[in-house]
Ligand binder design. Structure first.
Ligand SMILES: NC(=O)c1ccc[n+]([C@@H]2O[C@H](COP(=O)([O-])OP(=O)(O)OC[C@H]3O[C@@H](n4cnc5c(N)ncnc54)[C@H](OP(=O)(O)O)[C@@H]3O)[C@@H](O)[C@H]2O)c1
Length: 331
């Protein structure tokens, strides 16, 4: 096969650089299935992958990209056949195993999900890891009793971002009527209202309760994608019996808490991990996107080429990125 295009991240003397390069199949990690990538998507983690000492990439050079959808070119595993449409998110892709920011990817078969009927390769990447994580968060809260019939008050943090914006849309689609969103910039107000936010919360409102062991009970459920001080200040604001999912570290990795909201209000803090989520349980989530959660057409999506990845990653690093960005490998 002739050479093809990929983003390659290199490290030399503790300086990390990345650009589009011509690579060949020998540059791809080992795996049973060769996939012609149709679409990939950009996530917060991809911006960390090109940041020195961020701990995402553990071997250089590396093709980043934690998501891909595409068509099987060849397979040593009989579960996959030439021409089959598939998707992959997470596991070691784009970290220790060459990932989705390339025209071809070679992936081990136990990471690959057959694309469910009714889900296109493009829409699968509109959701990507961000949507998958939003779905896991909502599923986790549903297990704790979240139900639109009770009209709970729900807060989504980082609502302008990938995980937050898809979570917002999924909640709206499910019929929730009392959704608050945490945003930091005025221009994001219109964006989140369009996706389903009923109330806007600014960061100073969240932090007004800072330092209080127990604050006014504001939210029945929280989908927290930010972490750090946001999580710290929200735990004392959860209502009695309330639950909060935590998936993100965009606002920092340290949280402070006392036992009081847990032992006096019976609150629950639920960790969300999309990366190692069991392969066998993944299809069910993707099938929900195909059948029940088909919100891709209403999502805020920017479609770019491989050459434009760098400018999108800079937008994420500078806090200017909104919604979801997908990479179309055929432009
Ligand atoms: N656990 C998992 O499996 C998993 C999976 C996917 C993502 N994640 C994590 O989830 C987080 C969100 O991912 P994403 O792809 O949605 O990222 P994203 O698109 O870059 O969005 C990040 C969001 O966080 C907001 N934010 C950042 N720092 C903040 C702060 N100090 N206070 C309030 N808001 C802040 C941003 O607001 P602005 O627009 O104002 O900057 C933006 O809305 C990341 O930390 C990512 O690593 C985890």
């Amino acid at each position: 096969m002739e050479k093809f295009q990929a983003i390659v991240v290199r490290q030399q003397d503790e300086i990390v650089s990345y650009d589009v390069e011509q690579v060949s199949l020998e540059d791809l990690s080992a795996g049973e299935v060769l996939i012609k990538v149709a679409y990939s998507s950009i996530n917060y983690k991809d911006s960390l992958a090109v940041t020195p000492k961020a701990g995402v990439i553990n071997t250089y050079p590396m093709i980043p990209g934690i998501d891909l959808s595409g068509v099987v070119v060849s397979s040593e595993d009989e579960d996959f056949v030439e021409g089959q449409e598939v998707l992959v998110t997470g596991f070691d892709m784009g970290m220790g195993h060459t990932g989705g920011f390339a025209e071809y990817a070679r992936i081990q078969s136990n990471w690959i999900i057959p694309l469910p009927e009714g889900l296109s390769m493009r829409n699968a990447m509109i959701y990507g890891t961000a949507g998958f994580t939003a779905a896991l968060s909502i599923q986790s809260l549903e297990k704790m009793g979240m139900n639109h019939e009770n009209n709970p008050k729900i807060l989504v943090t980082g609502a302008s971002g990938g995980v937050g914006s898809i979570a917002l849309q999924l909640l709206q689609k499910a019929g929730y009527q009392n959704i608050a969103t945490l945003i930091r910039k005025d221009y994001q107000k219109e964006f989140v209202e369009k996706l389903g936010a009923h109330h806007i919360v600014q960061t100073d409102e969240i932090h007004a309760a800072s330092g209080k062991l127990l604050a006014k009970q504001q939210y029945d459920y929280v989908i927290d994608t930010v972490g750090g001080e946001v999580t710290t200040d929200l735990l004392p604001q959860l209502a009695y019996g309330g639950s909060m999912t935590l998936c993100g570290n965009a606002g920092g990795i340290n949280i402070q808490a006392t036992v009081l909201p847990f032992i006096l209000r019976g609150i629950n803090l639920l960790g969300i991990d999309s990366v190692q989520y069991p392969h066998e349980a993944r299809f069910q989530i993707w099938n929900r996107f195909a059948l029940e959660w088909d919100i891709a057409e209403q999502a805020h999506v920017t479609e770019i080429s491989l050459q434009e990845v760098k400018s999108t990653i800079e937008e994420i690093q500078q806090g200017r990125h909104v919604g979801r960005t997908i990479i179309n490998m055929n432009v």
